[in-house]
Ligand binder design. Sequence first.
Ligand SMILES: [Zn+2]
Length: 133
Amino acid sequence: MAKYASPPRLALAHFLEELAPVIEVLVSREPMLKGYLRSTTVTCGSPGCRCAAGEKHPAWVLRIPQGSTTRNRSIPESAFRHLEPLTEEYRRFRQAATRFRELMREAAKAIADLEVARQVDPDNQIQRIREGK
Ligand SMILES: [Zn+2]
């Protein structure tokens, strides 16, 4: 039988290689911004503008989660190019954190399964010793 044939052994055998890219994301020094960018349309407030007649301007909103609420900040197009990589890094970090917790649960389950699978019956062992096997 192959050394890593069973599912819990396979899970542990691949644990480090699955964990490595996740750790890379988590320990990065790239700055990140806890927020989400959404496209929207706005009116500028100028009474003579086409937006007053319903032809609104395209714009971006930065949604910033704060506790149980979300704060919305409208941002100009130029700010989008600066903020997008920061929010994208936050999204990557959150994904990596979720994957990290999944891998930890899978590893803990594999270890618990192996602890059961590898145990021998003590009475059976004593019996075998007595019988000289
Ligand atoms: Zn306008």
